[in-house]
Ligand binder design. Structure first.
Ligand code: OVV
Length: 394
């Protein structure tokens, strides 16, 4: 079988404005395809994407999970000791992070995070009309997450620009990459300073990481880079995760009614929302050996683009994949990835989403769009700039 070659650039504006439409063509072209404009292999079907994510020995992360191959190019920032690292080192850093970002730690935070969600919901519902992205999707994580990591109060708006730049930098050096980098020039310095032990609040996750990293024999600079991971991965992801989840409920009003009738479903809503429209659309891997996929040989040292979002709507795997449906089993979705690199913060994201919904359920009878959602283009994230809504109070 020959390798289908497609003239699709998944980082051009046309693609990024409407990824789901292009995903159909990518999936239907074959189990593995060649994307000529960016000169790399790609997979968009659930079976292949999931299998590649599970096979970290063949598809490594240490050469970067963006288009840039760290074996040939200097990364734009020192590589993440989690995301852009392989075994055995990865398991040491991940092991110590798992002790800090734990279910127990989250259970302790729950009452405070819940109170913040209720206060915010109370204020927004009183207004009736608000922007579900800026007023809720951005506002809520910013109310709880920076305090938990323990970063300085002053200058926190840098976090959003920094995270956007990090996710843009997984793509090619296109205009979006350059604009993100320029916009985040000051944020890079702010984040570097915020990650230092002296900058972090006592009793925070940040200082806990410094202690755990020191115990594991990491240098101070390595500990700072581990804190940096939380700030890189924990902001724009949850911001858009909540924003897109609100879009899902506004688009499928019967699902809001179902949630209100069965509030326990709040715990599963984010996973179905991520399956329906994945915040993190793509990640790359690099092959560590020549590997055979459905009659095609991918050589050693090749970049491979994995379309997580396309896999999550693959009709070969999901019934009626374009429907947001709280009743469906979401197990197996790759919105948080899969395998050893699967999202470290997934419990944080789920808790934030659950608490936002818990605060809205008793107060909101209906959610209506009052205008078209506005996209914010990013090389990796399916992001929203604005989602104007009006709620009908309960
Ligand atoms: C999953 C993710 C995204 C961006 C940055 C990082 C992780 C990191 O570890 O720095």
């Amino acid at each position: 079988m020959s390798l289908p070659a497609l003239a699709i650039d998944p980082f051009d504006e046309g693609f990024l404005r409407d990824p789901a439409t292009h995903h159909v063509a990518l999936r239907d072209a074959g189990p593995v395809v060649w994307l000529a404009p960016i000169q790399c292999y790609a997979m968009a079907r659930h079976a292949e994407v999931s299998a590649a994510l599970a096979d970290h020995a063949t598809y490594c992360s240490g050469r970067g999970v963006g288009l840039a191959d760290f074996a040939r190019e200097t990364p734009w920032r020192p590589p993440s000791l989690l995301l852009e690292t392989d075994r055995p080192r990865h398991d040491q850093t991940r092991g110590l992070m798992n002790k800090v970002v734990s279910l127990r730690a989250l259970q302790a935070l729950r009452p405070v995070w819940s109170a913040r969600a209720h206060e915010l919901a109370e204020r927004l519902v009183a207004r009736r009309r608000f922007d579900a992205v800026t007023d809720l999707g951005e506002a809520y994580p910013m109310l709880v997450f920076p305090d938990t990591v323990g970063v300085p109060q002053e200058g926190r708006e840098c976090l959003l620009r920094y995270a956007a730049a990090v996710f843009n930098a997984f793509g090619p050096r296109n205009a979006i990459f350059d604009e993100g980098e320029a916009a985040a020039a000051d944020a890079v310095g702010w984040v570097a300073n915020a990650c230092r032990r002296e900058s972090l609040a006592k009793g925070s996750w940040g200082t806990a990481i410094h202690s755990a990293a020191a115990d594991a024999g990491c240098s101070e600079a390595e500990a700072e880079r581990l804190v940096r991971s939380l700030l890189s991965a924990g902001v724009d992801t949850t911001v858009n995760g909540i924003g897109i989840m609100m879009l899902a409920f506004a688009t499928f009003p019967e699902q809001w009614a179902k949630l209100r009738a069965e509030p326990k479903l709040a715990r599963r809503a984010l996973d179905e929302s991520l399956r329906w429209d994945s915040t993190v659309q793509t990640f790359f891997r690099t092959t560590t050996r020549a590997v055979d996929i459905a009659g095609t040989t991918i050589p050693e040292g090749a970049k491979l683009l994995l379309f997580l979002a396309a896999a999550n709507r693959d009709p070969r795997r999901w019934d009626e994949p374009d429907r947001f449906d709280l009743g469906r089993p979401t197990s197996g979705h790759v919105g948080f990835g899969h395998g050893i690199h699967q999202c470290l913060g997934q419990m944080v994201a789920r808790l934030e989403a659950e608490l936002v919904l818990e605060a809205l359920i008793p107060r909101v009878a209906e959610i209506r769009l009052t205008g078209a959602p506005v996209r914010r283009l990013n090389n990796t994230l399916h992001a929203l700039a604005s989602l104007p809504i009006e709620i009908v109070p309960a």
